[in-house]
Design a protein around this ligand. Structure first.
Ligand code: 3HC
Length: 302
C-alpha cells in the first residue's frame, strides 16, 4: 500500500479488547502474541473463563504444528489480563471492540472507552457490517476511529480489512496498518460502505447456497462439495455459514438489504427460520450440521 502522507504512526504497546466471544478472544491472542500487553474485557465472567481456555487450546495447537515455540503459550497468556471492568486501568493505546453486532452496544463501548482513555487512543471496531462513520460520529475525536475487521479463525486467517470512515485520519489508518503487519497479518484498506468488501461479496454467496438448499437443488453435503472441489474453497458455503454463525450471517444480509436497497441481498427464508429456532451454527452446537465440541458430529462436515 502506498501512503503519500506521513501522518505519524503510533506504536501500540498496551491494548484493550472489549468482548470475549469468538472474535474477541482471537484478537486478544494475536495482539498478545505480538508482544502487546492486552486487557480483555467482558461483562460475563463465564465468557472470560471460556476465552482463557480457548486461547490456551489455540496456542497449544500452534505449538503442535510447529508455528510457535514450546514456551510461547505461557508467555502469551501472561500478557492477557481479563477483567469485567472497562475502567482507567485498561490498555491505553488502542481499544478494539468485538461485542455483539448492535450499534447502541458498540457505541456505548466506544463512549465508555473514550471517557477513560487518553484522547490519542485509537478506537477500532471489528464490526462485520455496522458503519464506521456512524460509530465514529458518536465519540469525541472521530478521526481516531476505524474498522479493524479480523476473520475467523483469527489466529489462522491472514487478512485484516481496515475500514476508513468518513473522518478517519491518515495517521489512524497508518497506525492500524502497521499494527496488523506486526501481528503477521496482511492489511487491506477499504472505504466505509455497507458490508465493506469482504462481506458484500461473501454473504450473497452464502445466501445463494441456502436458497439452493431450500429449493431442493441439492443436499447440504453436495452443495458444500461442489464449492470445495470445484472452486477450491477450503470449506463449503454452508459449513462456512455455520463457522461464522447464522445469526451473524442474517444480520449482515439485513444490513446489505436495507442499506443498499437491492433485493439481491434478501436473506433466505431458511436462514431466518433457522436463526429463529436457535440453530446458529457451531457456537450453538447445530446449524446446517451438528457439532460436538466445535467439530462436526454427524460425519458430514470437517
Ligand atoms: N487456532 C490455532 N490454529 C488453528 C485454529 C485456531 N483457532 N483453527 C485451525 N488452526 C490450524 C490447525 O492447527 C491447522 O494447522 P496445520 O494445517 O498446520 O495442521 C490449520 O489451522 C488447519 O486447520 P484444520 O486442520 O483443523 O482444518 P482445515 O484444514 O479444514 O482448516 C480452516 C480450517 C482454517 C477454518 C479452513 O477450513 C478455512 O480456512 N476455512 C475458511 C474460513 C473462512 O473463510 N473464514 C472467514 C469467515 S468470514 C469472517 O470471519 C468475517 C465475518 O465478518 C463474517
Amino acid at each position: 500500500m502506498i501512503m503519500t502522507e506521513d501522518a505519524g504512526v503510533q506504536v501500540v504497546r498496551r491494548a484493550t479488547v472489549v468482548g470475549a466471544g469468538t472474535m474477541g478472544r482471537g484478537i486478544a491472542q494475536v495482539l498478545a502474541g505480538a508482544g502487546i500487553e492486552v486487557t480483555l474485557v467482558d461483562v460475563s465472567e463465564a465468557q472470560l473463563q471460556q476465552a482463557q481456555e480457548d486461547i490456551t487450546q489455540s496456542l497449544h495447537r500452534l505449538v503442535r504444528r510447529g508455528a510457535a515455540p514450546a514456551g510461547q503459550p505461557a508467555e502469551v497468556l501472561g500478557r492477557i489480563r481479563c477483567t469485567p471492568h472497562l475502567d482507567a486501568s485498561i490498555g491505553p493505546d488502542l481499544l478494539v471492540e468485538a461485542v455483539v453486532e448492535d450499534l447502541p452496544a458498540k457505541r456505548a463501548v466506544f463512549q465508555q472507552g473514550a471517557s477513560v482513555l487518553p484522547e490519542t487512543a485509537i478506537l477500532a471496531s471489528n464490526t462485520s457490517s455496522i458503519s464506521i462513520t456512524t460509530l465514529a460520529g458518536a465519540v469525541p475525536g472521530p478521526q481516531r476511529v476505524a474498522g479493524m475487521h479480523f476473520f475467523n479463525p483469527v489466529p489462522v486467517m491472514s487478512l485484516v480489512e481496515i475500514v476508513r470512515g468518513e473522518r478517519t485520519s491518515p495517521g489512524t489508518v497508518q497506525t492500524i496498518v502497521a499494527l496488523a503487519q506486526r501481528l503477521g497479518k496482511s492489511p487491506v484498506v477499504v472505504n466505509d460502505y455497507p458490508g465493506f468488501v469482504s462481506n458484500r461479496i461473501l454473504l450473497p454467496m452464502l445466501n445463494e447456497a441456502m436458497f439452493v438448499l431450500m429449493e431442493g437443488v441439492a443436499g447440504k453435503e453436495a452443495i458444500d462439495e461442489v464449492m470445495r472441489l470445484g472452486m477450491n474453497h477450503p470449506m463449503g458455503p454452508l459449513q462456512l455459514a455455520d463457522l461464522i454463525g447464522l445469526d451473524v450471517c442474517l444480520h449482515i444480509l439485513e444490513v446489505l438489504h436495507r442499506d443498499l436497497g437491492e433485493d439481491k441481498y434478501r436473506p433466505c427464508p431458511l436462514l431466518r427460520r433457522m436463526v429463529a429456532a436457535g440453530l446458529l451454527g457451531r457456537k450453538s452446537g447445530a446449524g446446517f450440521y451438528a457439532y460436538a465440541g466445535g467439530r462436526a458430529s454427524d460425519g458430514t462436515a470437517p
